[in-house]
Write a new protein. Structure first.
Length: 202
């Protein structure tokens, strides 16, 4: 009779312990997927501001260390220029588009302060970026042809030291990054980069 209860007890114990094992696994091992809007301040061209979108994936090595890869695409921007003729007392301004697009890809470690719902982090990533001129409107086809043209473009190496904060409400979170995306073309050129957006971890 004792043997009849052995199998149900083992199954019940397994069912009770499975959530604990699952929770323990996710404390240190999880994946994060995120999308973001980004702002890139290009200091070499009259402090031109570029805006775009991107996506990233992060994989935990430990509860405080992740490996992360991301890529972003900045759209062409409109800008306004003005000038005044001496002695006229008036100003003439006109708007135009830069037709400038920027694509970048970065990969590297991300070190977090803790495994709680709010985390501070620092990161140092390397990668490449390309600046492209394209008068066509920004569409999915434009983006894919831009990626295909990267092989014919001048890619430059980049280094991105940065940091930020992320807050999670269950599996859904918000993340803010601020850093200096340095590209190397006739020396190191510093540029402010800010990203913000949602992410999900599992």
């Amino acid at each position: 009779m004792k043997h009849l209860w052995t199998a149900p007890c083992l199954v019940l114990a397994g069912l009770l312990l499975t959530p604990c094992a699952f929770a323990q696994y996710h404390v240190g091992d999880h994946v994060e997927l995120g999308v973001y809007g980004q702002y890139f301040r290009w200091h070499q061209e009259g402090d031109l501001g570029l805006a775009g979108v991107g996506g990233r994936i992060s994989v935990n090595l430990t509860s405080n260390l992740q490996l992360e890869g991301e890529t972003g695409y900045d759209f062409s921007q409109a800008f306004v220029e003005g000038f005044s003729a001496p002695g006229s007392g008036g100003t003439v301004s006109f708007s135009s588009r830069t037709n400038l697009r920027r694509v970048d890809g970065l990969f590297g470690p991300k070190l977090e302060t803790n495994s709680g719902p709010v985390r501070l982090f620092v990161t140092a990533k390397g990668g490449a970026m390309a600046f492209l001129f394209d008068p066509r409107p920004a569409t999915f086809n434009t983006y894919t042809s831009t990626l295909q043209d990267l092989r014919a473009s001048d890619l430059v190496a980049t280094l991105y030291p940065g940091g930020g904060v992320e807050a999670f409400f269950g599996p859904i979170g918000l993340r803010l990054d601020v850093g200096d995306e340095i590209y190397f073309s006739d020396g190191a050129r510093n540029n402010l980069r800010i990203t913000f957006g949602p992410s999900i971890r599992f």
